[in-house]
Design a protein around this ligand. Structure first.
Ligand code: LLP
Length: 427
């Protein structure tokens, strides 16, 4: 389910007409649905109801303060990957004691800041980092709560740039080596409290199989670490995939909860049904770190068509958003459904939708059969709520778009469009 649908021939976000938002605030424009964020958070929470758990939203997916505030209000914890993300969570009213801090390259400044704020756990990715964490905590005269990330060497079967759980990826500590690392830490690092175990095998997983494989492989390790070192939590990471291909249609059906025995789509019901029985008797608190599953289908990027160009080989629709606003197609060959805001007829044409940036990789689709739309019309790039705005850049000196949060019939600007002065501030 999500909050985007055609009503009387025009695309709406909840009770707000997207054409009017584009006319009032200009394009490119990110628009989010508050009730979709809430709904996805609650469904995830419910899917794990059979086990002691906490949903720690992966802030990197969409870190707008208003989004974080909304999720903090739902009771979410937060998985952060930088001091900047922790700062955002705190500014949004989130509780540092519900934050886990992931990432392979934490600096002294970041560790000190997080220690002072009292986060729940550092999710450590190497022995060197664990030793450094011990040293920094010692310098401050405190102990640091830590979990080590295990790399289970499981194939997540997703795009190679977002696969993290194989031995060749830079993430985590090898499965075979990790038990001894806990032993060494307990013996040699007086300023570390071993609080948990963490894993995350990749993002945009559309099959339950790799999750089951990883949980089954790592569960005995989690149990052993609990018995020997008294760990209290196991974070099984994020990675639940969403629907990109038919994103609009997915909004009106309850696919997220369907009793699907198929792997595609991977529904939350199936996720809970397969994982809860494997987790509930471990006596550990289970943490989830979903980003995309909460934010992905909760946002769209609106862009206006500027020109049509008929080349000898192709038809190009040139729009006012580019890879600087949404980089997923260029970086991961990501598919975002493209639909006109004015509900189209049946006719389809094969076109490339491209941006204004001086790069051949600046496209949103190539040779895709799309409903026809004309220069001046606004189109929506669906499923842009996760890894959209957060990955934006000012390349070609293009200001960041504005962001709007819709809640029912209310639309709020939650981030202003950058001005030219913003662009050069600090230079
Ligand atoms: N936990 C850890 C340790 C992570 O590294 C990630 C994502 C998550 C949780 C959240 O994963 P999710 O539930 O969102 O799949 N920019 C890419 C995705 C990068 C994911 C990085 N890590 C994209 O646009 O597809």
């Amino acid at each position: 389910m999500h909050g985007f649908a055609y009503r009387n021939g025009s695309l709406f976000c909840e009770d707000v007409d997207l054409q009017s938002l584009a006319d009032e605030h200009g394009t490119p424009l990110y628009v989010y649905s508050a009730n979709t964020f809430r709904d996805h958070y609650r469904r995830l929470d419910a899917a794990l109801a059979g086990v002691d758990h906490e949903v720690a939203y992966a802030v990197k997916a969409n870190s707008n303060l208003s989004v974080l505030r909304l999720l903090a209000g739902e009771g979410a914890g937060f998985d952060i990957v930088s001091a900047g993300e922790l700062f955002r969570v705190i500014q949004a009213g989130g509780d540092p004691a519900k934050c886990t801090f992931a990432g392979v390259g934490k600096t002294r400044e970041e560790i000190e800041y997080a220690l002072k704020q009292g986060i729940y756990s550092f999710n450590v990715e190497s022995e060197a980092e664990l030793r450094f964490l011990d040293q920094v905590a010692g310098d401050l005269g405190v102990t640091a709560p830590a979990a080590v990330r295990v790399n289970p060497n499981v194939d997540a079967k997703t795009h190679k740039y977002i696969s993290t759980g194989k031995s060749e990826n830079k993430f985590g500590v090898d499965f075979e080596a990790i038990a001894e690392l806990y032993d060494r830490a307990a013996a040699e690092l007086p300023n570390i409290t071993l609080r948990g175990l963490q894993m995350h095998i990749g993002s945009q997983l559309t099959s339950i199989t790799p999750f089951v494989e990883a949980v089954e492989k790592v569960a005995p390790l989690a149990t052993a670490l609990k018995e020997k070192h008294g760990i209290e939590f196991w974070s099984i990471g994020g990675g639940i995939g969403i629907i990109y291909q038919d994103a609009l249609a997915a909004g009106s059906v309850d696919w997220w909860d369907a009793q699907s025995e198929q792997d595609r789509p991977l529904t939350l019901t199936r996720y809970g049904k397969e994982l809860v029985p494997r987790l509930k008797d471990l006596g550990l608190k289970i943490l989830l770190e979903p980003g995309r599953a909460i934010a992905g289908n909760a946002g769209v990027l609106l862009t206006r068509c500027l020109y049509e160009k008929q080349g000898s080989a192709k038809t190009f629709k040139i729009v006012d958003a580019g890879m600087g606003d949404l980089i997923r197609p260029a970086l991961y060959e990501g598919h975002h459904e493209i639909i006109p805001v004015k509900e189209p007829g049946e006719e389809r044409r094969a076109v490339d939708v491209v941006g204004p940036i001086c790069e051949s990789g600046d496209f949103f689709c190539q040779d895709r059969e799309l409903p026809d739309f004309q220069p001046g019309e606004v189109i929506a790039l669906m499923s842009a709520g996760a890894y959209g705005f957060v990955m934006a850049s000012n390349y070609n000196s293009r200001p960041f778009p504005a962001e709007i949060l819709v809640d029912g019939d209310k639309a709020t600007v939650v981030r202003k469009r950058q001005t030219f002065d913003d662009l050069i501030a600090g230079e």
